[in-house]
Design a protein around this ligand. Structure first.
Ligand code: AMP
Ligand code: ZN
Length: 468
């Protein structure tokens, strides 16, 4: 499998450290609010990578953290008059619910920063001992000059960064020896949550969290480290500096970064108001539509969120699900059980769909191409499954559609209750059409329902329906 590695700026053949096993760390959200659809992009993309690797037979250890101590969490806790822990626990719960509804599987481990403080203190101590960090008035800084490889991930020219360094000076951090030095530990301010440490009562910097949690759950060197492209600098650059200076071995072999999700061609931002949470989208769409929309672009291409694209994802999903409904109907109503000789010939073509799907995924997770294979397969189903098709043939086609769907984390079979709602909607629409004397539409809906295996019954209490 080829993966584009930000570290080498090349597409490289993926070779895991241990044959048959893959370790992945994905930087997770800061939990001070509902996650937005931008946060959903790395979740969906790297969950899809995980599913594909598992399908290839790898045992995947997938770790994704929750950053549950941070200025934004503290600000929210003050605004709402509750503790920082209550804020983060609430939004971890909400995030897990959003993940579940997007069919993003829970990580093998979801560590929380506040539960790993001892490990962070250990790593900071060893960085000080090794001469890579220094303390000033209770704050500990990482000394970037000591790391000869600093800048290797973001491919930045450090001298330019240093000369423009004023921007990097943050209030309260002006004691640092170099503008690129960054905080490992900082003293608490009044009212903030804190932990005891050899330097001050305080809390860790953001970057040290991931270095420590990745090492604890996956080891000194891991296969894949991933996140959104905004994290390349400084977050991931700093993680590499900390981990490699402390552990003396490479931190991660492959660095994967997804491009940003924009809204109506603008950067998503709370201040511009062009900002949607996953929860808001869920009020209008099945989140499978959101997942399909995300996978319709390559993860390294910027993706623009718009009503038009969501509507198009919605009708694509409908098309696939209608094909599966149709197959279900044929499976239930087929006259012949076993495949005919012709069908046996045809069914061999299914393997070619799997092959093309795999080829797309092997090409740096090209989910856009993988989806076009699914659409071709749906076309195959719609044209090659006929009234006289055998049960066995229909089942094989259906199984292929569901298999590819599963690899993408897509549920292509309507859940019964969702199906029921759709049937009710169609019946309502048919009654309205009849009232408006639009008999053509009414007949069309009756035929569509018949295609789904639904019989309508006119009763005294109104129209009832049953599955054939
Ligand atoms: P944060 O909570 O800001 O640390 O973000 C959690 C994850 O979401 C990180 O991997 C970010 O890179 C990613 N992310 C944030 N905003 C976007 C966006 N608009 N598009 C894609 N990824 C994003
Ligand atoms: Zn991180």
């Amino acid at each position: 499998m080829l993966l584009y590695n930000t570290l080498t700026k090349k597409r490289e053949e993926f070779v895991p450290i241990t044959p048959g096993k893959v370790s992945i760390y994905v930087c997770g959200p800061t939990v001070y609010d509902f996650i937005h659809i931008g946060n959903a992009r790395p979740m969906i993309v790297f969950d899809t990578l995980r599913r594909y690797l598992e399908h290839k037979g790898y045992e995947v250890n997938y770790v994704s953290n929750f950053t549950d101590v941070d200025d934004k969490i503290i600000k929210k806790s003050i605004e709402e008059g509750i503790s920082a822990q209550e804020v983060s626990e609430r939004y971890i719960r909400e995030c897990r619910q959003d993940m579940e509804h997007m069919n993003v599987r829970p990580a093998t481990t979801h560590p929380r920063a506040t539960q790993e403080i001892d490990g962070m203190i250990d790593m900071i101590e060893s960085l000080i001992e090794k001469g890579f960090a220094y303390e000033k008035n209770g704050t500990v800084y990482f000394s970037t000059r000591k790391d000869k490889e600093y800048g290797k991930l973001s491919h930045k020219n450090l001298d330019d960064l240093r000369s423009g360094g004023r921007d990097l000076l943050v209030t309260g951090e002006d004691e640092k020896e170099d503008p690129l030095d960054f905080v490992l530990w900082k003293p608490k301010k009044e009212g903030e949550p804190f932990w005891k440490s050899p330097w001050s009562d305080g809390r860790p910097g953001w970057h040290i969290e991931c270095s420590v949690m990745s090492r604890k759950y996956l080891g000194d060197t891991i296969d894949i480290h991933a996140g959104g492209e905004d994290l390349i600098f400084p977050h991931h650059e700093n993680e590499i500096a900390q981990s490699e200076c402390c552990n003396g071995v490479p931190f991660a072999h492959y660095w994967l970064h997804n491009a940003f999700l924009n809204i109506d061609n603008h950067k998503m931002s709370k201040s511009l108001g062009n900002f949607f949470t996953v929860r808001e989208i869920e009020q209008h769409y099945d989140l499978q539509v959101l997942r399909l929309f995300m996978l319709s672009a390559h993860y390294r291409s910027p993706l623009n969120f718009s009503d038009r694209l969501m509507e198009s994802a919605k009708s694509s999903l409908e098309r696939i699900r209608n094909a599966v409904d149709n197959l279900n109907f044929r499976i239930e109503n087929a006259n012949a059980e076993a495949m005919s000789a012709d069908e046996k010939e045809k069914v061999r073509e299914l393997a070619a769909f799997t092959q093309r799907f795999d080829d797309a995924m092997e090409d740096d997770i090209n989910t856009a191409d993988a989806l076009s294979v699914v659409f071709d397969l749906v076309r195959f189903a719609n044209s090659d499954v006929k009234e006289d098709s055998s049960k066995e043939f229909c089942a094989a086609v259906k199984e292929e559609i569901l298999l590819l769907g599963d690899l993408l984390g897509m549920q292509f079979e309507r859940k019964e209750e969702v199906l029921d709602l759709r049937i009710e909607d169609l019946i309502k629409e048919r009654q309205a059409a009849r009232k408006a004397k639009n008999f053509a539409r009414a007949d069309e809906i009756r035929d569509e329902l018949a295609g789904m295996g639904i019989t309508l019954l006119d009763t005294r209490e109104g129209v009832k329906w049953k599955r054939n």
